[in-house]
Design a binder for this molecule. Structure first.
Ligand SMILES: Cc1cc2nc3c(=O)[nH]c(=O)nc-3n(C[C@H](O)[C@H](O)[C@H](O)COP(=O)(O)OP(=O)(O)OC[C@H]3O[C@@H](n4cnc5c(N)ncnc54)[C@H](O)[C@@H]3O)c2cc1C
Length: 411
């Protein structure tokens, strides 16, 4: 029987909706990894959609570096990979495809000004400027940005296609889906662990996510009341059940709730993992990593901020009016035990709201490092912090997000 006009119109509308939501490539999550993946995919001529659950893209990127946006670190590749610990080797192909120098060129191409401080690369004008330029880049390559689209399911269909469901819509990816939904820290920025749930629903192993790159809270309370004191160069050793796991060097900061600063932030990457599995996690703090404390203990102490020095002397039972000559053997012993490596037991790391990076995520064993493609589902790709990769502070994580996103986009 011939269709009525109304039926024909309805049929046409339905088809139009299907076409509107059918793409060659669908990228889930508009952080740095998803943005570059979508732009690169569109640049190779594929019709590409970028689905973002927020009403704007790159929300976390806008906050990066406290607004300064430390986007990369110009160090040799081997050093770069080391900053990701054991997982670093996984990044070799991604960094070879888009390393710090190539990222610099890309930023110049999209008219973003940068500046360098030592090996570190920053964005002039911060993350907001970068996001503006990335939006122009996406528009230039005709990426369809769909905001307020929270992806709730990815379902493999026949012929390598994927159905991508959001809370309000339905999309189809004809060639590939790139999951770039980020980790779990700063959940208000949108990355709230959805990526792990989506990957797990397709059989991917998720290594337990833990919050890292934040202050470390100690069981001892000796630093209470000293918030704000910072030191330029300390050494921090990390121990799991009294076995040394790693050494970190750099700045140190006492906060209202614990200790922080670059040395501690970097140490927190392994501390977070240790707390999951070990009974006792501790740190040994060396306030003077290069000095021989034995020779001139009181003289060396003079170089510490006054409030910290007073606390150390008090801990050792030394009266502030006491002369060096009057220091007793037991007081000297107590002083040296603090200054030659001060032991603290770790209570916990910063919460999800305060930590900056997620340790854990999609197991790298099930992802091909040459392409970022899933080893379980052809056509499914991963990029950025959703992967079980976490680098040191100083631009490593953003570079890794751009590199893995780039590789997933061009593969
Ligand atoms: C305060 C702060 C400062 C930082 N500063 C720096 C720095 O200076 N240098 C550095 O290297 N690193 C820094 N980092 C870390 C860095 O920002 C992250 O590693 C990086 O943003 C990860 O990029 P990504 O694209 O993988 O994920 P994200 O940037 O987290 O983006 C993921 C996107 O996916 C979206 N999404 C999540 N779930 C869904 C869903 N279900 N459907 C649709 N969309 C979804 C999210 O809304 C988000 O927009 C900082 C982190 C924080 C929190």
């Amino acid at each position: 029987m011939a269709k009525t006009t109304v039926e024909r119109i309805q049929f046409r509308c339905y088809n139009t909706t299907m076409d509107k939501n059918e793409f060659d490539v669908i990228v889930i999550g508009a952080g740095p990894a998803g943005i570059i993946a979508a732009g690169m995919s569109a640049r190779t001529g594929r019709r590409t959609a970028l689905l973002e659950k927020n009403d704007q893209i790159g929300r976390k990127l806008r906050l990066a570096g406290g607004g300064r946006c430390n986007i990369s670190t110009l160090v040799p590749q081997s050093q770069f990979l080391q900053a990701f610990g054991r997982e670093g080797q996984f990044l070799r192909q991604a960094i070879s495809a888009l390393g710090p120098e190539e990222l610099k060129k890309f930023l110049a191409e999209i008219n973003v000004d940068i500046y360098e401080q030592g090996p570190q690369l920053f964005i002039a004008g911060g993350g907001k400027k970068l996001v503006e330029a990335l939006i122009a880049f996406l528009n230039r390559h005709h990426v369809e940005i769909r905001l307020n689209q929270k992806v709730t399911a990815m379902i493999p269909l026949e012929n390598g296609r994927f159905s991508v469901e959001t809370s309000t819509d339905h999309f189809v990816a004809r060639q590939k889906v790139i999951l770039a939904a980020g980790g779990k820290t700063y959940p208000l920025t949108g990355s709230a662990g959805d990526g792990f749930v989506l990957a797990q629903s397709l059989g991917h192993q998720i290594n337990p996510p833990v919050p890292a790159m934040g202050a470390v809270h100690l069981k001892e309370s000796v630093f209470d009341g000293l918030a704000g004191i910072s030191l330029q160069d300390v050494l921090v050793e990390v121990f799991f059940d009294n076995k040394r796991q790693g050494t970190f060097r750099g700045g140190f900061l006492i906060t209202h709730h614990g200790v922080s600063g670059p040395a501690i932030l970097n140490a927190s990457l392994i501390i977070a993992r240790g707390l999951e599995k070990h009974h006792k996690v501790s740190i040994r703090l060396h306030l003077f990593p290069d000095q021989n404390i034995d020779n001139d203990t009181m003289g060396i102490l003079e170089s510490l901020p006054q409030r910290l020095r007073a606390m150390i002397l008090k801990q050792a039972g030394v009266d502030l009016s006491q002369k060096t000559i009057q220091i007793t053997r037991s007081q000297r012993h107590a002083l040296l035990s603090m200054l030659k490596g001060w032991n603290f037991e770790v209570k916990n790391t910063a919460s999800w709201d305060q930590a900056m990076v997620t340790v854990g995520g999609v197991s790298l064993k099930q992802v091909d490092p040459k392409t970022m493609q899933s080893r379980l589902h052809p056509g499914l790709y991963f990029a950025g912090e959703v992967l079980d990769l976490a680098g040191a502070c100083g631009g490593y994580n953003l570079q890794a997000a751009f590199s893995t996103g780039y590789l997933a986009g061009i593969s």
